[in-house]
Design a protein around this ligand. Structure first.
Ligand code: TXA
Ligand code: MG
Length: 327
């Protein structure tokens, strides 16, 4: 395997060099506003195959194609009236749309796992934008972590997982949003496939209707739901205990809000996602805090209850996956 690569470091100003590397089939990690992505030329099946291998990701789990703007999106996928409304409201930004492929869609079949649909997103991060503009075509980019690990929100997180396995890391500092994009399936009635950086409420306001989740749809078993939404994901090594209202001996504490639970004084370590109880701040800190608490080798990570509205839906989704039994 590719354990012996020299991973080149680039900075935010090196978009041209990053695009050049992508053109040559290299794997380039770069910041988006949600999490760091591991980019490859979406039209280059060899590069995409290397990407799956570098992440240790099963190739039946399709990737998100990233483009610079709506015009570029239209070359990849068909947008109808509803998806167009979402694109206009939230792009560039932390929203991914699963759409029918355009007739001459250049994204390779390996990247879409042979599906007739393609997941598409226009990221807002200035570094992602400048790389996509310099490259000029679709770039597939899953989160830049080993498959199943906690997603990376800094270049150091990317290096910890993928140094020596990928060609380039573009360091653009810590990301802003901190949880992955919201994924909306637009192959019929719009469905929420993954809660993420755009809160459900904001999407429902634009659509003027309630979003169903795949579980609520009778045909869910056969529908092309997000195949990557495995129960166990974002997994730290430590056991994760949710809805903790006390801290037990030997545990670390992932806190939220100003009031800590009984036992917090004796916690092995404490990270507060937001002392003022702000969900956007909590989302931005979530994955970094999980990584940090994993390092102290506590008996478990006790997680205080976190509200479920707004970005809280995505935060709770990631925490449930972090707590799920490992395969
Ligand atoms: O914020 C994000 O979305 C980040 C940044 C880097 O853009 N990317 C990301 O990618 O989270 P990844 O690969 O970790 O998650 C992509 C998800 C997976 O759950 C995958 O199964 C789903 O998107 N997906 C991709 N194509 C799909 C399709 N055609 N239909 C349904 N789900 C799809
Ligand atoms: Mg991921």
């Amino acid at each position: 395997m590719m354990l012996d690569l020299t991973t080149t470091r680039l900075t935010a100003g090196d978009a041209e060099a990053a695009a050049h590397a992508l053109r040559g089939g290299s794997l380039v990690a770069f910041p988006t506003e949600t999490v760091y992505g591991l980019g490859a030329d979406a039209t280059n099946a060899d590069a995409v195959a290397r990407l799956y291998a570098a992440k240790g990701r099963p190739s039946f789990n399709p990737l998100i194609a990233h483009v610079a703007d709506l015009a570029a999106a239209r070359a990849v996928a068909k947008l109808d009236e509803v998806s167009l409304r979402l694109a206009e409201a939230f792009w560039p930004g932390p929203l991914t749309l699963v759409l029918p492929k355009a007739t001459n869609c250049s994204v390779c079949d390996l990247a879409t796992a042979g599906l007739v649909s393609v997941a598409l997103r226009v990221p807002a991060h200035p570094v992602a934008q400048s790389i996509l503009r310099a490259f000029g075509g679709p770039v597939v980019a899953p989160s830049a972590n080993r498959s199943g690990h906690v997603s990376p929100t800094t270049a150091a997180h990317v290096a910890a997982d993928l140094d020596g396995r990928i060609d380039v890391i573009v360091d653009g500092g810590p990301v802003m949003v901190g949880v992955e994009s919201t994924i909306i399936g637009c192959l019929g009635v719009p469905v929420l496939l993954r809660p993420g950086g755009v809160p459900r409420e904001a999407i429902e306001r634009v659509l003027g209707r309630t979003l169903s989740t795949p579980m609520a749809i009778p045909d869910a078993g056969r529908a092309p739901v997000a195949p990557g939404m495995l129960a166990s994901h974002y997994a730290p090594r430590a056991r994760v205990r949710l809805e903790a209202t006390t801290v037990e001996s030997g545990e670390a504490l992932l806190a939220f809000g100003p009031d800590l639970p009984p036992g917090a004084e004796t916690a092995v370590a404490v990270r507060n996602l937001s002392t003022r109880g702000d969900l956007a701040e909590a989302a931005a800190r979530l994955f970094g805090a999980l990584r940090a608490l994993d390092e102290v080798e506590a008996r478990a990570i006790a997680v205080m209850p976190i509200p479920t509205h707004g970005l809280g839906e995505a935060i709770n989704d990631r925490l449930r996956r972090a707590a799920a039994p490992r395969p």
